[in-house]
Design a protein around this ligand. Structure first.
Ligand code: TRP
Length: 442
């Protein structure tokens, strides 16, 4: 199975250059690389938590969908869909809600911040806090777990949500068998933060943004309003700390950036530097702007694209997966109830599968074990990263690589030792347990 990378996009207004450079452009590039399956969706259920203006939800969904397509996201190459077109998301949210620790949700940053604000103002703790805000992390976990995504690229502020998703998945797996992949946050450390017009980070809350699809003349005006110092033409200028230079760098090749660095040292006039910056940005954005205008002018076209993306995923993944999960938790066809005389064609209730558990030890390493009921079948070694441990678990589960057991009870995959048999377990018992995963999948 290839690596599944999943990203949720909250539909809130038209993006600005900072969103483009920091998030959209790198994600679109990554989605074209081989070896990964990309899922992008518009998190419109999530939008309802922060806005109760229906027209705004609709408009933002259109604009954000059009923005991503205009920036090169290819809906035929990636899964591109609208969260609310996959109602299995909400059904899974409920299944996860019933294993989610309330105490864990109490500690979610967004909820805690709201409570802290209320306390500071001497109000009731939960004043104005909806259960939607409180449940935000569970809905987000459902987005991720529904497609068994391996990796979720997010900013630092979202890491806690991914850890919660892992927690819910683990609890569910523990209770009902291995259904969910434990997702990992891919934190975008080196993502460029772009300076805004005033030199601070470009952000709507600072009112210093350049809208991504600003018409050419507005773009020119905004670029010319970028804050610079008062050095005159001919005076050498600092690239360090120059918003203008950083913006240029985000759009220029290495060679062009070097030339601009020299021009700064040689005392280029600010107006000339701004002209060059403006032309450089416009060269990249003009075709995107044109595509964007065409796309928003055809909402029915965007609607079709999103529906098609959603339907494909429902058929291929969401519906069958939810059917399996319903069965696992006991939302079952009563005519197949255990205890009734089995008839031809009836499905027998299967005994619970052995379970792989992954966890982190005090030594900081990532371990796994395979247990069948109370019995420890295999104690895995510690690995550097959860991904390494996950890979071994996936190999063992898939039956793709047959493990070998040596005389000392160590378990090997190819030529790597991965763990040791549990007390009193022989290699036969281990292999039989692993076979059950393959039978279950068949
Ligand atoms: N919470 C994310 C944000 O604010 C958006 C989001 C919703 C998301 N569901 C997700 C991101 C699932 C990644 C995976 O940006």
């Amino acid at each position: 199975m290839s690596l599944r990378v999943l990203t949720g996009i909250k539909p809130t207004g038209v993006p600005h250059l900072g969103n483009y450079v920091g998030a959209i452009r790198p994600a679109v590039v990554a989605s074209t690389l081989p070896g990964a399956e990309s899922f992008f969706f518009l998190a419109d259920y999530h939008a309802l938590i922060s806005t109760q203006d229906p027209v705004r939800v609709q408009r933002s969904t259109l604009e954000i969908a059009a923005s991503w397509i205009a920036c090169g996201l290819d809906p035929d190459q990636v899964a591109f869909y609208r969260q609310s077109d996959i109602p299995e998301t909400t059904e899974l949210t409920w299944l996860l809600t019933c294993v989610a620790g309330k105490g864990l949700l109490n500690r979610a940053h967004a909820y805690k911040a709201a409570v802290d604000r209320n306390r500071a103002e001497g109000m009731d703790e939960d004043a104005g806090v909806t259960a939607g805000l409180y449940m935000y992390p569970v809905l987000m976990a459902a987005d991720i777990l529904l497609f068994n995504a391996h990796r979720v690229p997010v900013g630092r502020d979202q890491v806690q949500h991914i850890e919660m998703a892992r927690d819910f998945a683990q609890r569910f797996n523990h209770l009902y068998g291995e259904h969910f992949t434990l997702p990992e946050a891919a934190i975008e450390e080196q993502v460029a933060t772009l300076p805004g017009l005033d030199g601070r980070k470009m952000s709507k809350s600072y009112d210093n943004v350049i809208p991504l699809f600003a018409p050419r003349e507005e773009l020119r005006r905004l670029v010319f309003s970028i804050l610079t110092d008062s050095r005159l033409p001919g005076e050498p200028k600092d690239t360090e700390g120059s918003a203008l230079f950083q913006l240029y760098q985000a759009f220029a090749s290495a060679g062009e950036t070097e030339a601009m660095r020299r021009a700064f040292a040689d005392g280029i006039a600010w107006s000339e530097a701004k002209t060059q910056l403006f032309e450089r940005i416009d060269a990249e954005l003009a075709p995107l702007r044109e595509r964007y205008q065409a796309l928003v002018a055809d909402p029915a076209g965007i609607e079709r694209v999103l529906r098609r993306g959603g339907e494909r995923l429902r058929d291929a993944h969401a519906r069958p997966f939810l059917a399996r999960l319903r069965e696992a938790v006991g939302l079952r066809d009563l005519s197949l109830a255990p205890g009734r005389d089995a008839q031809a064609g009836d499905v027998e209730a299967k005994p619970a599968l052995p379970v792989f558990k992954q966890y982190r030890e005090a030594d900081g390493r990532f371990h796994f074990k395979l247990v069948d009921g109370d019995r420890l079948l295999l104690q895995g070694d510690g690995f550097e990263s959860p991904r390494d441990a996950g890979r071994v678990v996936a190999m063992l589960r898939s039956g793709a690589a047959a493990p070998r057991v040596d005389a000392a009870g160590r378990v090997w995959l190819d030529d790597a030792a991965v763990g040791v048999l549990g007390e009193g377990v022989d290699d036969d018992a281990l292999l039989r347990a692993l076979d059950r995963f393959a039978e279950d999948a068949a």
